[in-house]
Write a protein that binds this ligand. Structure first.
Ligand code: PYC
Length: 338
C-alpha cells in the first residue's frame, strides 16, 4: 500500500480555481520545463488525475506544481496540471501561482516587483504590485502570440456556417466573433457553450491541421472561445473559454486573452500598448495589451502580449492519495457516460 501527501495552496484567479502544490510533487527529469512536462506525463500523470479530478477536484479544477527555478535568472518554475492534461502554458494559473508564491513567502524575487518563471512554453516575466502584504495585481508577458488562420469556414451543427479565426496565445484558440449566424455568448447557457465548444474543437481539427509554425510538437485545437457583448461599458470584450471536454473558464482565460490580443492586433483592431479589458462569463476581467511586435523564426508576424489580473488565496489543504481509497486516482463523469 502506498500513501502520498500533497500540500497545496488553494485559491482563484478572477474566479477560476488554482490549486498550487507546494510539497509532495514528484522529482522530474529533463533539461527544460517542457522536457519535464513530458517526463511527468509519461510517469506521473496519476498525480494530475488525483488532484484535479473528482473526488478531490471537479471538472473545472485547475492547478500547478511549484518547483525551484531551472534557469539562472528565474525565481521559480511551474508545471501546469489541468483536468484535460498538462498545458504548456496557463495564464490564470500563472497569475495565481505568482500571487500565492509571493504572499506565502515562497520566493524573494531577485528584483523586487519583477518575477521570472520557467514554464513548459518558455520563460514568462511578470510585474506585480503589492498592497501591504497582499499582491494587488500581476501582469505577465506571454510567449509570442499570433493569428495563424483567418476566417476559417466551419459548418457548425448549431449555427450553420461560421467564420472562425485561429490564434495562438500559449494554446491554440478558435475565436468565434459575433456574426450573422452567431449573436454572442450572452444568448446561451454555459452548458450549451460547453457542448458546442466541444463540437468546435472537433470540427476545426477535422478541417485543418493547426500547427505552430516554429514547433511542430505544438499542434491541434483543445480549446474554443465564444465571444460576446460585455456586461459593463468599461469592458472592451467578453469571452467564454471552453478547455478540453468539460472545463469552462471562470476567468477571461490568460492564454485565450493573449490569443485574442494577437488576433485583434493582427487585424488592426488594437494598437500597441492599448488596454483591452476582457470580461469573463462571470464578469471578472483581465487587461490584455499588445506589448511588442515580433516575428516567429518562420517569419510570421507575432506579438508579445501582456495579461494583467488578480488572484486570492482562499485556504490551504493537504490531500492524501492512498491506494486503499476507492477512486484514489480520480475520475470524471465523462468516463462513465455512454
Ligand atoms: O488562463 O490560460 C488560461 C487557461 C487555460 C485553460 C484554462 N485557463
Amino acid at each position: 500500500m502506498s500513501r502520498h501527501t500533497f500540500a497545496c495552496i488553494e485559491g482563484h484567479t478572477e474566479g477560476m480555481p488554482v490549486r498550487m502544490v507546494v510539497s509532495g510533487g514528484p522529482e522530474l527529469q529533463g533539461a527544460t520545463m517542457n522536457d519535464r512536462r513530458l517526463f511527468f506525463v509519461e510517469n506521473y500523470d496519476w498525480v494530475r488525475r488525483a488532484l484535479m479530478l473528482e473526488p478531490r477536484g471537479h471538472s473545472h479544477m485547475s492547478g500547478t506544481i511549484f518547483y525551484p527555478p531551472l534557469s539562472n535568472n528565474a525565481d521559480f518554475s511551474l508545471l501546469f496540471i489541468e483536468t484535460s492534461g498538462c498545458l504548456p502554458m496557463c495564464g490564470h494559473a500563472t497569475i495565481g501561482s505568482i500571487s500565492f508564491a509571493l504572499e506565502a513567502g515562497l520566493i524573494s524575487p531577485k528584483q523586487p516587483g519583477l518575477v521570472v518563471v520557467d514554464v513548459p512554453a518558455g520563460q514568462v516575466t511578470a510585474r506585480y504590485e503589492m498592497d501591504g502584504d497582499r499582491v494587488a495585481s500581476v501582469r505577465f508577458t506571454n510567449v509570442p502570440s499570433f493569428l495563424l488562420h483567418r476566417d476559417v469556414e466551419i459548418s457548425h451543427p448549431q449555427f450553420g456556417k461560421l467564420a472562425v479565426d485561429i490564434a495562438y496565445g500559449g494554446n491554440f484558440y478558435p475565436i468565434v466573433e459575433v456574426q450573422e449566424n452567431y449573436p454572442g455568448c450572452e444568448h446561451f447557457s454555459p452548458e450549451q457553450l460547453l457542448e458546442w465548444g466541444r463540437d468546435m474543437q472537433r470540427l476545426v481539427n477535422d478541417a485543418i491541421d493547426v500547427v505552430h509554425p516554429d514547433n511542430a510538437q505544438i499542434r491541434g485545437v483543445k480549446h474554443c472561445m465564444w465571444t460576446g457583448r460585455p456586461t459593463v461599458p468599461e469592458s472592451d470584450g467578453r469571452a467564454v473559454v471552453i478547455a478540453g471536454d468539460s472545463l469552462i473558464d471562470r476567468s477571461p482565460c490568460g492564454t485565450g486573452s493573449s490569443a485574442r490580443v494577437a488576433q485583434r492586433f493582427a487585424r488592426g483592431l488594437l494598437d500597441q500598448g492599448q488596454p483591452f479589458k476582457h470580461e469573463s462569463l462571470i464578469g471578472s476581467r483581465f487587461i490584455g495589451r499588445a506589448e511588442e511586435p515580433t516575428k516567429l523564426k518562420s517569419g510570421l508576424d507575432a506579438v508579445f502580449p501582456s495579461i494583467e489580473g488578480r488572484a486570492w488565496i482562499t485556504g490551504r489543504g493537504e490531500h492524501y492519495v492512498d491506494d486503499a481509497q476507492p477512486y484514489a486516482y480520480g475520475f470524471s463523469l465523462q468516463e462513465f457516460a455512454k
